[in-house]
Design a protein around this ligand. Sequence first.
Ligand SMILES: Cc1ncc(COP(=O)(O)O)c(C=O)c1O
Length: 394
Amino acid sequence: MSDNGFHPPQRTLMGPGPSDVPPRVLEALARPTIGHLDPRFIELMDSVKSRLQQVFLTGNPLTMPVSAPGSAGMETCFVNLVEPGEKVIVCINGVFGMRMRENVIRCGGEAIVVEGEWGRAVDPEAVKEVLDAHPDARHLAFVHAETSTGARSDAETLCALAREHECYTIIDTVTSLGGIPVRVDDWGADAVYSGTQKCLSAPPGLSPVTFSERAVEKVRQRKTPVQSWFLDLSLVMNYWGEGASRAYHHTAPVNALYGLHEALGILLEEGLENAWRRHALHHEALKAGLEAMGLRYVVPEEERLPQLNAVWIPEGVDDAAVRRRLLEDFGLEIGAGLGDFAGRVWRIGLMGHSCNRRNVLFCLSALESVLAQMQAPIETGVAVEAAMAAYADA
Ligand SMILES: Cc1ncc(COP(=O)(O)O)c(C=O)c1O
């Protein structure tokens, strides 16, 4: 690194996040820092909240960005809702479900695990069986879009099951928000968290969360204080809450919030439905190209996330060497496998601003070139054509 500061290289980000940040957001981040209690900043906070409500499709007054990344949003939901001794049914079909279980244990809760196959959606039948077997369970927790595998679970059905069994729902929408429908109010979801660096295309570091009125009521009725001071919503609400006194809680990440505000504005200008359609369209084209090359998807078609394309690494191919060549020769980042899938799977993201035709065609050509040079067992000369044909058919 030179003494002139850090100048990051220009990359194309097609991994599991962060995604490419649009120039409008970068420009917003560079605007002058003002005080976090400045009346003009309070206006911005109100607007961020309103935009988040529109994106989460909720009227929940307690909707705000936690000042830390997605993992802190996850932790906010668990530490506030789960009291010691409470039973939480946790669906695990990948890495992030495992982290949910860890959160339950650290809250002093009892985690009842519904173990699912990696690369598959959470099975509602299996969840129903466990809910039936544990009528005293208080919560159901699951990941809507499992970034470690590319599987999409049926949040609407899972929320309905939870309601029938009088459970609160804790839902991870870190990778889903902005890429596929997240309908907090229609689902009747209780505690939902997300991240900024996936389909919202703001830099990492903030975690939008939203709590239903009944979830807020449960937090108010807690018998024990929340073990985390920073994430205790009863304190944070005095800063972010409806009609709040805007009492100092922590120094808000002022410029990061300018960036999130702009990113949400871009998404709302496009329209949620158009953004969902865009993710589906480019996924179809990428899929056509990857499959023409001979790569196989991990997740069955009807359970796939458009924004996270997990494919098996062809036999005998050196995972790390391919990703290094893509990064060094093409400036292209794709994701490695996580957990059980490390070394076996690539995760190609089509998230937010990164989800466009140019990137799809670029990724297919770059991957084909690197794999062909390594004499990997793939079809050459067909991927881009297949993607173009998919676009023509759309
Ligand atoms: C599904 C899911 N949940 C939680 C997280 C954690 O988010 P962060 O890395 O921003 O803390 C991620 C990050 O990739 C994720 O994909």
